[in-house]
Ligand binder design. Sequence first.
Ligand code: URP
Ligand code: ZN
Ligand code: ZN
Ligand code: ZN
Length: 527
Amino acid sequence: SPTRVSRIPHLLAFCTLLVCRSRAESILIKGGTVVNAEVSQISDVFIKDGLIEAVGPSLKGDADTRIINAEGKYVMPGGIDPHTHLDAPMMGTISIDDFASGQGAALAGGTTMNIDFALPIQGDIAKGFKRYQDVSKRAVMDYGLHMAITDWNDKVSSDMEKLTKEGINSFKFFLAYKGAMAVTDEQLLKGLRRSKELGALPMIHCENTEGLVDAQERTFSQGFTGPEGHYISRPATLEDEGTARAMYLAKYVNTPIYVVHVMSKGAAAEIAAAKLRGQRVIGETIASGIAAEEGKIWDPDFKVAAAFVMSPPIRNKEHQDGLKAAVAGGVLDIIATDHCPFNSTQKRMGIHDFRSIPNGVNGIEERMHIAWDTLVNTGKAHILSTRQPALASGIITPSAFVGVTSTAVAKAFNAFPRKGALAAGSDADVIILDPKAKHTISASTHHSRIDTNIYEGREVTGKVVVTVSQGKVVWENEKLNVKEGAGRFIKLPTGGELFAGLAEQDETAIARAFPYGVPGKPVQRDL
Ligand code: URP
Ligand code: ZN
Ligand code: ZN
Ligand code: ZN
C-alpha cells in the first residue's frame, strides 16, 4: 500500500538562530563577478531589508552590515525552478518532499523560488488550490503555483478565472496518464482558448496518450515488466508527435504556449519549427533530460532502476546532446527539474508492473550544479563578455546560465524583475557560486527526503557556497538555516509580454479569413 516516511522533524534541527532571522539583516557581497542574464561584471551587491539596495563598484554598507567576500566567485540571482511536484498526490501515493523539505533542498542547491504544480482533487481545481494553500504553509522560501487541468466543465472554466485572481497565471495540461490526469484534444482546445482569454499561459506535457497505452500493453506482454518497460514504452516518436500536435493546436488558437520537460531532440526540433513560424513558445528541458544516465533504468537492482522512472523518459546521449545544443542555441529557454521524488518503498508499488511505478525523479537540489557543470564552459566563458549565448554547441556563458535557470522563468511567469535579476529594488534572492569547488552528489548528503539520487556518485565542479533568500543567509558552510512558514506565496499576474498584441493579430487573421464579410454576418443566399 502507499507509503510515506513520517515527517521526521529534522528540518527543525536546522531552524536554529530564529532570533537572528527575525531581525532585518544587511549584507554586502564584495568583489564577486555579478552575473545577470544580459551582462556580467565585477561588482558589489548591497542587500538590506530583504531587497537589493544597490549593485555597483566600491559600495559601502551600514555600521552593522555583514560583509561577504566573493572574490573569484560568481554572484547570481537565485535559481527559479518552474517545475516541481512537492507534496503531490500522484499514482496512488504522495511525493516524499513537502514544501519544507523540498524547498530546503532547493536552497542548499542555489534555488530560491519554485513554481509548483497544484493538482486538482477529482478534477476540481478550486478544491485542489485550497489543498495547496494548506500544504504550502510549510514553505521556507518564496514560491508560486501553476494549476493542472485534468477535466473540463463549466465549473473548471469559471474556477480558472477565480484562480487567476488568486495569483495563478498558468494552467497545465497532460497529454499522458490516460485514466488519470490526461485530457483529450477536445478538452485541450477548450482549455487553450480559456487560458488565452484569461491571459494565462498554457503548459503542456507532450506525448501521445493513446500511443503510450498501446506501447505499454505491447511492452508488458513482451515480458518487459520491470522499469526498463517504462523506457521501452515511451519512444521519442510519441513525444515528438505530442509536441508537434500541441504546437499546431496552439497555432490554431493563436495562444502562447509553454512545453514542459522536453526530453527528445525531435520535440526540441518541433519547438524550433514553431518558433520559426512566429509562434510564442517557451521550451523547458530539465536537469535529468540533459544529464542523467539513460542506461540505469536497465539496472538489475530494482531500486536503482526504478529511481530513473519518469515521463517522458530519460533518453540517450544523442537526445541529450540535441537538448544541450537546443539550450545553447535558444530553442529551449529554461532548464527546470520536474522534481517529483518517490522513495524506493513507493517505487516498489510497481515491482511487478512498471505501469504502477510512481513517475518522477529528484533534481530540485541538483539542478543548478548539474546545469553549471554540464553547460557552462567554466574555464573559458568569460565573465566580462556580454555576448550571448552559444559559444559552441551545448556550451553557455554564466550569463546564459542565469538566463535559463532564473531570468527566463521570472519573465515567462511575470515575476521579473522582482525575481530573476540582481538589480536595485529586486528581491534579495542571491547565490554565490564557487567555480573551483567540487563536490560529489549523494543520497547520503542531499537534503531531499528521497532515499535515492539519480546522480549518485557524480562529481560536479562549481558549487553554490552561499544562498541568500529574502535578504537572509539561509545556506552557508554546508548548513541550512531556514524557517517553516517563512516562504511567501508570490502572486503571479496574468497577461504580460507573451500576450501583448495578440488581439491585434487575431483581428488581422479574421480580416484575412473573411475577405468578403465578418463573423456573425454570413453570406446571404436565396436557396
Ligand atoms: O514523471 C514525471 N514527470 N512525474 C511528474 C508528473 C509529470 O508528468 O510532470
Ligand atoms: Zn509531465
Ligand atoms: Zn512534472
Ligand atoms: Zn536534511
